[in-house]
Design a protein around this ligand. Sequence first.
Ligand SMILES: [Zn+2]
Ligand SMILES: [Zn+2]
Length: 133
Amino acid sequence: MIGPVEKAWVRVKKKSVRLQIIEALGGKCMWPGGCTMGENCGSVTDPDMLHVEHIYNDGARERQAMGRTSGAPTYVGVISIVNQQVYYGYILEHLDSGRYQILCANHNAKKQAIERCCKRKENRGIVPCPCAA
Ligand SMILES: [Zn+2]
Ligand SMILES: [Zn+2]
């Protein structure tokens, strides 16, 4: 069965789908405090070092919608090529949902560290959370 996601994918090649997404989302790391990990302490713009990221961390729900129940599609290395194609095709079709952003590898890792921190039992209810310092 060919759905809208697959059709979107068929229109364009895999690499350009990802690059189209990155371009449409600003083409650089969108870390809220400003990214300084790129050249001359500016934002990272190298697509190889950028992640397409779920702002609301709802990647798991999205995978379910795509019939996937495991894996971590924001980390390209662990999903198969076919799933990547479907995944990026889906995102491209849903770019205007405001649910995606571009982060560099460093800030993607930092975001995950912050989320782990804020989920810790001993940090619940502490305002501001220690990671905000
Ligand atoms: Zn960054
Ligand atoms: Zn925290």
